[in-house]
Design a protein around this ligand. Structure first.
Ligand SMILES: Nc1ncnc2c1ncn2[C@@H]1O[C@H](COP(=O)(O)OP(=O)(O)OP(=O)(O)O)[C@@H](O)[C@H]1O
Ligand SMILES: [Mg+2]
Length: 226
């Protein structure tokens, strides 16, 4: 599903954000991408979303290769890959339902199906009773539920989540993690960046990839041939 082969990433600075990173996340896996601030977690996720390109090496995501995917074709990949942010990034001044309906329109869902599909997504993430609430009037955890519903709108095969629980308290974090596991059990591959060691300890069933200053220093899964 995601394969990094000897990926090095250099931004404008001379220091490398990633150094020779290789890993293979298989279909259906749930993995944490751990590491201190600045270790390169978000860079890995941006490369997997092809928002950035490797300086050296190659990134493969669900059949797309960073070498062969032109910028104008990236949207095809994005339809198959949901992205979840720490700060939710929902449309303000809009209701929960409008936020979901908006993305369903963007991906060309037939107009008469939008209502039913939005209802299904909101039920899946457990926020259906608040569909007419304004985004501003939701708690952080509820906003993240909506953001996850939005990310699921295109039936992605992969979810990339960048510190999705970073702004949430313990109860909301648990709810969001339960939601991620249920999404994973329905077949969606998940790669989640976090620096929260407690969270990682609470989920030993997840794979653990750990970065330190741009190098992959730990992989809880035995290394496979590439
Ligand atoms: N657009 C950019 N231009 C220049 N340098 C960047 C850019 N984005 C990230 N970096 C640098 O790359 C390194 C890795 O950053 P990255 O955001 O991937 O780390 P992170 O592990 O996600 O950190 P955090 O936990 O703080 O979110 C850092 O040194 C950062 O300053
Ligand atoms: Mg980050």
């Amino acid at each position: 599903m995601i394969k990094f082969t000897s990926v090095t990433k250099r931004y404008s600075e001379p220091e490398l954000a990633l150094k020779d990173v290789s890993f293979h996340l298989k279909e259906g896996q749930f993995s944490f991408m751990a590491g201190h601030s600045g270790s390169g977690k978000s860079t890995v996720l941006k490369l997997a979303h092809m928002a950035e390109h490797p300086t050296l090496g190659n990134v493969y995501v669900n059949g797309f290769s960073s070498r062969r995917t032109a910028q104008r074709d990236v949207w095809r990949l994005r339809r198959q890959v949901g992205f979840i942010f720490q700060d939710f990034r929902l449309l303000p001044n809009r209701t929960v339902l409008e936020n979901i309906a908006f993305v369903l329109e963007v991906i060309n869902t037939p107009r008469k199906e939008i209502g039913r599909r939005a209802e299904m997504l909101l039920t899946q993430v457990g926020i259906e009773t608040k569909s007419s609430r304004m985004i501003e009037d939701l708690s952080g955890g509820e906003q993240q539920q909506v953001a996850i519903g939005r990310a699921l709108a295109s039936n992605p095969v992969l979810l990339l989540a960048d510190e999705p629980t970073g702004n949430l308290d313990a109860d909301s974090t648990k709810k969001i993690m339960d939601l991620f596991w249920s999404i994973n059990h329905s077949g969606t591959t998940i790669l989640m960046a976090t620096h929260d060691l407690n969270l990682i300890q609470d989920h030993p069933e997840a794979r653990l990839l750990e970065l330190k200053r741009g190098e992959l220093i730990k992989d809880s899964e035995p290394k496979m041939g590439y």
